[in-house]
Design a protein around this ligand. Structure first.
Ligand code: HEC
Ligand code: HEC
Ligand code: HEC
Length: 463
């Protein structure tokens, strides 16, 4: 039996069932009452929004939500089960919209919901065949869109952004930060100090060279004794804006991160117990620490603190795209703007959103097609992504979404450093993350847009 015949038979069955059902069973609203209870730090009609989501979305996007009554029909159940599994895999709404009332809804959740509202592609068409009142009405679409925009304006806009871009899914970097200059200078010194390694040859900057986009521009890094790593070194520029550190998010912040490389046997290959006596022998350094940390002076904890403050200063403002978002209309070309529009239409901004176009969620590489099978090399431990840290099967091959700023200088790309060609990296994304068709012109335009995201460090354009 082909698919359309099945659907027709199913529809007939459903109509018969609907006629036979007692009326009360047809009016089971709100079906999943109470499954979406969100924080509402702002004056937006949350109860209205929660009602829409509960009614039209949670059945496939919240674990354990009630199925509609007709799901007990065998065919409907099979089809729904597949949708529920994939829907949850793509977007766990309960997880995205946290219930504590304290944590705000993430920019990523807002971006993903805005994407599906703009594309009018949720709920999926095949589901609407069976669930004739499942479609978002025009007024519901408008309400959701308005709510997302309002939420962003109140929580996520960068100060000074042009009014028309206050609710934009990508926000500009601030033009400058206020940080303690003496602390930044100290952290800068330590970041470049090879005494943090076992044989005094490797500093943080060996692998995060600020003249090379905050990376080593190598597929894998070379650490102490010429040892090779097995995962690409991400940039330290703008890293302070990410919600966690490392590809698998195993460090909560920059300070915690700084502990990692020192103790890593193939990076700096030492321990703080070995490093500290070397630093303590440096009278000038001891004095600087005394001045900046009056309580306890030079300690390993304070070394990490100073490095973290320095890294927070590594922002790259003033990219052409940021100037555009601040209101400078002609800072980007029509072609580049078209690339940005395609970037949003295809769905890239659902993961690459916010100030650094990334760094706010863990996502699977190859969610629509198997990236690793096509890559050819053996699937290695680093390819397991966040699973290595969380041991949760659902995190298999999920990575912290990298920033898309300064890509011109942060090659090679992806956790496996598989290519240094930006267009190829964009093709990989378009091919493995979506089934939406794309053209060569789309790739070119998106690359043109991404190149407008190169910013300045200390007033110098990165190149
Ligand atoms: C019948 C099940 C079902 C319903 C109902 C449903 N979805 Fe989905 N959703 C899916 C599936 C399946 C996917 C995987 C994407 C695809 O189909 O390619 C998905 C994907 C998504 C994504 C991720 C899109 C991306 O590209 O990252 C979002 C966001 C989303 N849905 C939001 C919603 C919202 C909002 C509603 C309610 C208006 C909704 N969904 C209703 C099944 C459903
Ligand atoms: C031998 C090369 C090497 C050295 C030395 C090194 N790093 Fe890294 N760094 C890496 C690699 C590789 C990663 C990615 C590792 C991972 O995610 O598992 C990384 C990740 C990071 C990240 C996380 C960025 C992100 O987007 O998640 C930061 C921040 C960082 N390093 C800062 C430092 C600091 C500070 C030092 C000095 C204390 C340092 N690194 C020394 C290679 C190095
Ligand atoms: C489902 C979330 C998701 C979507 C949608 C998505 N990406 Fe990505 N992107 C990622 C993840 C995760 C990585 C890192 C994957 C890895 O390293 O294996 C990544 C990596 C990249 C990189 C490489 C960056 C670097 O420094 O290594 C580029 C460029 C990129 N994405 C562009 C895009 C473009 C353009 C689109 C739309 C066509 C897109 N992405 C859509 C999640 C996503």
């Amino acid at each position: 039996m082909n698919k359309s015949k099945r659907v027709i038979i199913l529809l007939v069955l459903l109509v018969v069932a609907a006629i036979l059902m007692p009326a009360s069973n047809l009016v089971i609203k709100p079906r999943n009452a109470g499954m979406i209870t969100g924080p509402m730090p702002i004056d937006v009609e949350w109860s209205n929004i929660a009602g829409i989501l509960e009614d039209k979305c949670v059945v496939c996007h919240v674990p354990g939500a009630d199925l509609p009554f007709y799901a007990s029909f065998p065919i409907a159940k099979g089809m729904m089960q597949a949708d529920i599994e994939e829907g949850l895999d793509f977007f766990d709404m309960a997880d995205a919209i946290r219930h504590s009332g304290e944590e705000p809804i993430s920019e990523v959740a807002l971006a993903k919901m805005e994407f599906v509202v703009d594309q009018a592609n949720m709920p999926p068409a095949r589901y609407l065949v069976m669930h004739w009142d499942g479609k978002l009405t025009e007024s519901e679409q408008a309400d959701l869109k308005a709510w997302i925009r309002k939420y962003r304006i109140q929580l996520y806009q960068t100060e000074g952004v042009a009014e028309e871009f206050a609710a934009e899914v990508v926000q500009p970097l601030p033009k400058a930060l206020e940080l303690d200059e003496a602390m930044v200078a100290l952290g800068n010194k330590l970041f470049h100090d090879p005494r943090l390694s076992g044989d005094d040859t490797i500093s943080c900057a060996s692998c995060h060279d600020l003249a090379k986009g905050g990376t080593d521009q190598a597929r894998f890094s070379t650490g102490i004794d010429g040892q090779m790593g097995d995962i690409n070194a991400p940039t330290v520029f703008n890293a302070g804006y990410a919600f966690s550190q490392f590809w698998d998010g195993r460090a909560a912040d920059l300070k915690e991160q700084a502990d990692g490389p020192v103790n890593n046997p193939i990076e700096m290959g030492t321990t703080w117990d070995e490093v500290m006596p070397k630093l303590e022998a440096d009278a000038e350094l001891v004095e600087t620490f005394k001045a900046l940390f009056p309580e306890d002076g030079l300690t390993s904890d304070n070394v990490m603190e100073a490095i973290a403050v320095f890294e927070s200063s590594l922002i790259t403002p003033n990219s052409r795209f940021d100037r555009y978002l601040y209101g400078e209309k002609d800072a980007i070309t029509a072609e580049e703007l078209a690339g940005y529009e395609r970037f949003k239409e295809i769905g890239c901004a659902g993961c690459h959103c916010g100030i650094i176009l990334g760094g706010a969620s863990y996502e699977q590489i190859g969610r629509k097609r198997d990236y690793f099978v096509d890559r050819g090399d053996d699937f290695a431990t680093p390819d397991q992504g966040r699973f290595n840290f969380s041991k949760d099967e659902r995190d298999m091959s999920k990575f912290k979404v990298p920033t898309l700023r300064n890509l011109v200088v942060t090659h090679p790309y992806l956790h496996d450093g598989t290519t240094s060609d930006l267009r190829e990296a964009v093709r990989i994304m378009a091919h493995y993350q979506f089934t939406t068709p794309y053209t060569d012109a789309d790739l070119d335009q998106i690359v043109a847009f991404l190149k407008t995201l190169t910013g300045e460090y200390n007033g110098q354009l990165l190149q």
